[in-house]
Write a protein that binds this ligand. Structure first.
Ligand code: PHE
Length: 343
């Protein structure tokens, strides 16, 4: 029996030494110390021995059992420590990593090109002392037409141009409605701009959309003339295109200005020599503008004998198209991520 015990001890300790997982350790424990384990079975036979033998073998087998238990414990804690450090090594997370790295499949959002240029224009105007105003997209007929000196028979009111709501309001067709709101809240002298989305019932093609963006501007003070308007427009365009830009005025008609103009700037693509973009004229049509009509001032509660002002309304989409070389207005509302990712 003594021999048998020694054999169990050395064989088991060797197996424990070779075990590579806590599962293996558990198997060894069951095989040797379990209810039907090798050592357990030997202990059961102790009763058959003589009293002296029993005492000696009892001591011996307890020592063997203790040695095995100790080795099992030691190995087990060694293995679980190894397991923990392996987990630490493999499932380690660097919480300081930059999440917006596209190599890990995470793409960063960006601002829409219309917003980018709108904010840029806003900065340029606020640096010149203009205040930014807002207005609703669903407007009254009064603010969009009547107060702007557009009589009921004017073709701009035509059902073909305007989206009307069932209760007699409309989707604003231009940001000029914001001027009217500005005159209600401001007393001259004042300088305001009003950026916003506008709507027209249009056939859509590469240069026409039913939804687009404008920026309105208005400056009212004593003795404001077209010269002030030209100066401000040159400042704006030179700041946006980061070079000296020439402008020219052509007479044009808008019911809310008198005299009214269309303002062009020199084509920056061909430098004025003539190309496809400027339709070989050397000039890009940019915005409508003029001296605020006395009727409009009067309806806004401003005395046209004492004050004068200029107003302008520019298409933001066209400005963005010029700045970034976009050749189709439909891209702006198209929602194609491949287009938007370029800005
Ligand atoms: N509201 C005009 C348009 O949408 C532009 C404009 C604004 C013209 C102000 C003159 C003065 O076409």
């Amino acid at each position: 029996m003594e021999q048998k015990l020694d054999q169990i001890q050395s064989a088991t300790l060797a197996q424990i030494g070779a075990a590579a997982s806590t599962d293996e350790i558990e198997n060894i424990r069951v095989r040797v110390l379990g209810r039907k384990g090798e050592l357990t079975q030997i202990l059961r036979t102790l009763g058959e021995l003589s009293p002296e033998e029993r005492a000696r073998m009892g001591q011996k087998s307890n020592a063997v059992k203790a040695a095995i238990e100790e080795a099992l414990e030691e190995k087990k804690s060694g293995l679980s420590e190894a397991k923990i450090s392996e987990l630490l090594r493999e499932e380690w997370i660097d919480v300081t990593l930059d999440g917006a790295d596209s190599s890990r499949g995470f793409s960063r959002g960006r601002m829409h090109p219309l917003s980018q240029v709108q904010y840029e224009v806003e900065d340029i105007f606020t640096s010149m002392g203009f205040e930014i105003l807002d207005g609703p997209e669903v407007e009254t007929e009064y603010n969009n037409f009547e107060a702007l000196n557009i009589p009921p028979y004017h073709p701009a009111r035509d059902l073909q141009d305007t989206f009307w709501t069932e209760d007699g309001n409309l989707l604003r067709t231009h940001t000029s409605a914001i001027q009217i709101r500005g005159m209600k809240t401001h007393k001259p002298p004042f300088r305001v701009i009003g950026p916003g989305r506008v709507f027209r019932y249009e056939e859509i093609d590469a240069s026409h959309e039913n939804t687009f963006y404008q920026i309105e501007g208005m400056m009212v003070d004593r003795d404001i003339s077209v010269a002030h308007l030209i100066f401000i427009m040159k400042q704006l365009l030179s700041a946006i295109f980061r070079k000296e830009v020439k402008v020219r005025l052509r007479p044009s008609y808008y019911p809310f200005v008198e005299p009214g103009f269309d303002l062009d700037f020199n084509c920056l693509i061909c430098g004025g020599k003539g190309c496809r973009v400027c339709k070989h004229s050397g000039w890009i049509e940019f915005l409508g503008c003029g001296q605020v009509h006395p009727n409009v001032l009067r309806m806004g509660g401003i005395d046209p004998e004492a004050y004068s002002g200029f107003a302008f309304g520019m298409g933001l989409n066209r400005l963005v198209m010029m700045k970034f070389g976009v050749n189709d207005i439909r891209h702006f509302m198209g929602g194609d991520i491949r287009f938007l990712e370029q800005f």
